[in-house]
Design a binder for this molecule. Structure first.
Ligand SMILES: Nc1ncnc2c1ncn2[C@@H]1O[C@H](COP(=O)(O)OP(=O)(O)OP(=O)(O)O)[C@@H](O)[C@H]1O
Ligand SMILES: Nc1ccn([C@H]2C[C@H](O)[C@@H](COP(=O)(O)O)O2)c(=O)n1
Length: 215
């Protein structure tokens, strides 16, 4: 294997941030530059939400949700170009970013039992990787040597998301602000994380900002 260009190659890099701050896109770009997978922790919360919705469960009911997840295990496949989430042979990935999942996932993510379920899967993954989410640098991988936290105004984030979805910006902005509030508990930046306001930067600019700190 060629000599690593970045000191982070053999470690964990955490990229946390608020909803639609660019975590997945930036993590994918950083991971591809490093030649390592990136891990999208939010997808596991989204998968639990989707399966709970499909089973018509009360998303506040941890026991039924955990029974469902135990009976039909979910697997996160971290790849440098993007994550896939499987339940048996079923690829759930393309159904995880719907508005109905968006509107239910904060409820599921607030359940301690579901957080333990997610954290156990993340900590079992073989290093190195880039881990993105809300609490990678605070709770899941507190000893990671390289931590980043992405922010941007709700309006800027909504404008970016509107390019992906046929919804108007004010509606998306309101949804993002609601999710920000619901996710506040687990979304604070780690004290040793570099906070990056992505508002003035394009996507590559954010990726480069991070890579320059990984040499
Ligand atoms: N700095 C940037 N400049 C312009 N567009 C960006 C920037 N960062 C991300 N984007 C775009 O904003 C949208 C949201 O990014 P992304 O899905 O990576 O955010 P996220 O934080 O992972 O979202 P979620 O919290 O919903 O998982 C995507 O279309 C992405 O390409
Ligand atoms: N480590 C994490 C990752 C995500 N969540 C919550 C926050 C969101 O409401 C939801 C989906 O995350 P996203 O795909 O938008 O990054 O899951 C969390 O609590 N902790």
């Amino acid at each position: 294997m060629a000599r690593p260009r970045y000191t982070a190659l053999l470690m964990i890099v955490t990229i946390d941030g608020v909803a639609a701050s660019g975590k997945s896109s930036v993590s994918s770009g950083v991971a591809q530059a490093l030649g390592v997978p990136y891990v999208s922790s939010g997808l596991l919360y989204r998968a639990a939400t989707l399966l709970g919705l499909e089973a018509d469960l009360d998303l506040r009911g941890a026991p039924d949700l955990l029974n469902l997840l135990g009976a039909h295990p979910v697997r996160l496949e971290p790849l440098a170009g993007g994550n896939r989430v499987w339940q048996g042979e079923r690829d759930l990935t393309d159904d995880l970013h719907s508005t109905r999942v968006d509107r239910g996932v904060s409820v599921v993510a607030a359940l301690p039992e579901v957080r333990e379920w997610v954290d156990a899967q993340l900590r079992a993954l073989p290093e190195p990787f880039v881990a993105e989410g809300r609490d990678m640098g605070t709770n899941v991988f507190p000893h990671a040597p390289h931590k980043f936290y992405l922010t941007a105004s709700a309006r800027i984030r909504a404008e970016r998301r509107a390019r992906e979805r046929p919804e108007d910006v004010p509606a998306i902005e309101a949804d993002l602000q609601r999710r920000d509030e619901l996710d506040t508990v687990q979304s604070a930046p780690a004290p040793d994380a570099l906070v990056i306001d992505t508002g003035p930067l394009d996507l590559q600019g954010v990726i480069d900002t991070i890579l320059t700190r990984l040499h």
